[in-house]
Write a protein that binds this ligand. Structure first.
Ligand code: 5GP
Length: 114
């Protein structure tokens, strides 16, 4: 079964896509937790951080450089931002297609709620 994010990557489901190339897709989160809240995802289906293979290092690195460039484009690079990946139940992962949250545009507070 394709995840929501696979459908967005393949153009089968609407999303506000801000970047797409042969390796990654980035789109705005449907329920933003900050003025900038973008999800950067590999085009390849990888369910969780636990499922990243050694061979995936290039695409994982590319997710970070895309996030860096998007932070600059959004005008949040200098003030600062947060990159976050949730893995499995204790982190509250909801969508089982690897994704990196790019959050910024206001002070983000402590890293963890409590
Ligand atoms: P997780 O909790 O798995 O780290 O984050 C999943 C994120 O996906 C959440 O922030 C949620 O708001 C976002 N999300 C869930 N469904 C959709 C959707 O259909 N479209 C978009 N753009 N974001 C979604």
């Amino acid at each position: 079964m394709a995840t929501l994010f696979e459908k967005i990557i393949n153009g089968e489901m609407d999303a506000d896509i801000v970047h797409q190339d042969s390796q990654v897709t980035a789109f705005r989160d449907i329920d933003p937790k900050a003025p900038t809240h973008i999800l950067v995802v590999p085009n390849k289906a990888i369910a969780t951080v636990n499922d990243i293979a050694d061979d995936d290092e290039l695409v994982i690195g590319h997710m970070v450089t895309v996030a860096r460039d998007l932070a600059r484009k959004e005008g949040i690079a200098d003030d600062g931002f947060r990159l976050l990946m949730n893995c499995n139940e204790h982190a509250g992962q909801e969508v089982f297609h690897l994704h990196m949250h790019l959050l910024g545009g206001r002070p983000l507070g402590p890293m963890l709620a409590g």
